[in-house]
Design a protein around this ligand. Structure first.
Ligand code: EPU
Length: 423
């Protein structure tokens, strides 16, 4: 199993360029199932989850070709409609094919995702909403079997709670449903807006993009499109935090600071000095140590749960007591025990972690439990004394493109190794 070996204490300097957004790219790839024509997506990140989604599409008869930063997805002639468990269990977001398959092929068989390291994460809101659009759903041998014989029909749906992939699944389904669908209490994440942008370019009729109410006038068919995905605000946020933690003048470029308001606000509240322009965040050498700040994660435009672990790593080096409450997922503090192995002083009570800083971190071996927890451990390793080994780096590879290469270019000492190879 691959690991990172990090020699802590090096200062980061220079510029890092952000890749395309994983969580925007995944629904955009699923949206290609809505048309018979080729869809060209530009700037997809080279990460494991994208490869998995491409494999799901290939299982469904599509082909994906890569050339010069563009991915062209071409529909196949068949009517395959089964996303098998081998793929879905490695990536829950595979469930994003459910809406498009039902809308265009009128049937879908998608394995039910099982448990998850960061919480229960059911998909009941997706299923309930699809039922309201006329789908017949049942569970058979661990798969959701869905049919919409006469095609989906428009409806008014209010999500009981904001769900990102649920909003995306229903938005895609509604584009080809008969009539005008109204979706309420929708996620407003930039990734949902990016998907709405692609769908509109494909000929969908969507109003309210970027708000919590989406209105979709169904059309008979969608056509091909050429679409650049937005930069990854979570990857960008991770490097901005790295720069605040261990930087001596870092520019995070190719990003969208306007998508990062909550993080940049929290960093400024902690006393960080930073500046932004349309496509970059500059983090100069910090004149003073950071102060502890408290926050609660929330749906966009709130503080992203996907940056909570990295922010906790930062707070281990800030002065004072920081209280971080996780309000999206019920079990997203698995990184805490690992950060404590490095010497962090963190107590978790219910959904709140209290970090007492600053503490000296000493390198040791730690284990990644999920994608963002892995990133937090890498960040902690940058400031820990001596050598930190982060095990199970495959979690990180799901969503960060070449993280060790990007960090090394900034002057960090991060090496990928696989002890198995030498046995
Ligand atoms: N929920 C339900 N029932 C549902 C759907 C959601 O109870 O049918 C609950 C979830 O269990 C959770 C909350 O509602 O407690 C919000 O979950 P949401 O559906 O919004 O999460 P998601 O769509 O499965 C996406 C991202 C996650 C990110 C969350 C929250 C993608 C592919 N995934 O997940 O990203 O944490 O939104 O912002 O977009 C990551 O990239 O590391 C990652 C986990």
């Amino acid at each position: 199993m691959e690991k990172f070996r990090i020699h802590g204490g090096r200062k980061l300097r220079g510029e890092v360029t952000i890749s395309g957004s994983k969580n925007a790219a995944l629904p955009c790839l699923a949206a290609t199932l809505l048309t018979a024509q080729p869809v060209i997506l530009c700037g997809l990140p080279r990460v494991r989850d994208i490869v998995t989604m491409e494999r799901v599409l290939e299982t469904l008869g599509e082909s994906c070709a890569h050339s010069g930063g563009a991915t062209t997805v071409v529909a196949g002639a068949g009517a395959a409609h089964h996303a098998p468990y081998e793929l879905v269990r490695t990536m829950r977001a595979s469930v994003l094919v459910l809406g498009p398959l039902l809308a265009r092929r009128r049937r879908a068989r998608v394995a039910l995702p099982g448990g998850c390291a960061i919480g229960a994460r059911p998909i009941d809101f997706h299923l309930q909403a699809l039922t309201e659009l006329g789908a017949d759903l049942r569970v058979e041998s661990g798969d959701i079997v869905a049919e919409a014989r006469g095609g989906l029909r428009a409806s008014e749906v209010t999500f009981p709670r904001i769900t990102v992939t649920g909003t995306e699944n229903l938005l895609m389904a509604a584009t080809l449903a008969r009539g005008r669908t109204v979706l309420r209490n929708c996620a407003r994440e930039p990734e949902v807006e990016d998907l709405a942008g692609l769908l509109s370019t494909m000929g969908a009729r969507i109003a309210g993009s970027g708000t919590d109410t989406l209105e979709v006038e169904g059309v008979d068919e969608l056509h091909g499109a050429d679409h650049p995905v937005i930069p990854d605000r979570i990857e960008a946020g991770t490097y901005v935090i790295a720069a605040a933690l261990a930087g001596d003048g870092v520019t995070v470029s190719g990003c969208r600071p306007d998508h990062m308001g909550a993080l940049l606000g929290a960093l400024r509240e902690a006393g960080a000095v930073l500046s932004t322009d349309a496509g970059a965040v500059a983090v100069p050498p910090q004149p003073k140590p950071l102060r502890a700040v408290s926050l609660t994660t929330g749906e966009y435009p709130g503080f992203a749960t996907d940056l909570q672990a990295q922010f906790l790593a930062l707070m281990t080096q800030a002065d004072g007591v920081s209280s971080v409450t996780e309000a999206i997922f019920e079990n997203r503090f698995q990184h805490v025990l690992e950060l404590k192995r490095l010497g962090a002083a963190i107590e978790v009570e219910g959904s709140t972690a209290e970090v007492h800083g600053p503490t000296r971190l000493d390198g040791t071996t730690v284990m990644a439990s999920d994608l963002r927890a892995s990133a937090a451990l890498v960040l902690a390793g940058l400031v820990a004394r001596g050598e930190t080994v982060v095990d199970r780096i495959y979690h990180l590879d799901r969503g960060y493109e070449a993280m060790e290469v990007k960090l090394d270019a900034l002057g960090a000492a991060v090496e990928r190794f696989n002890p198995g190879r030498y046995l």
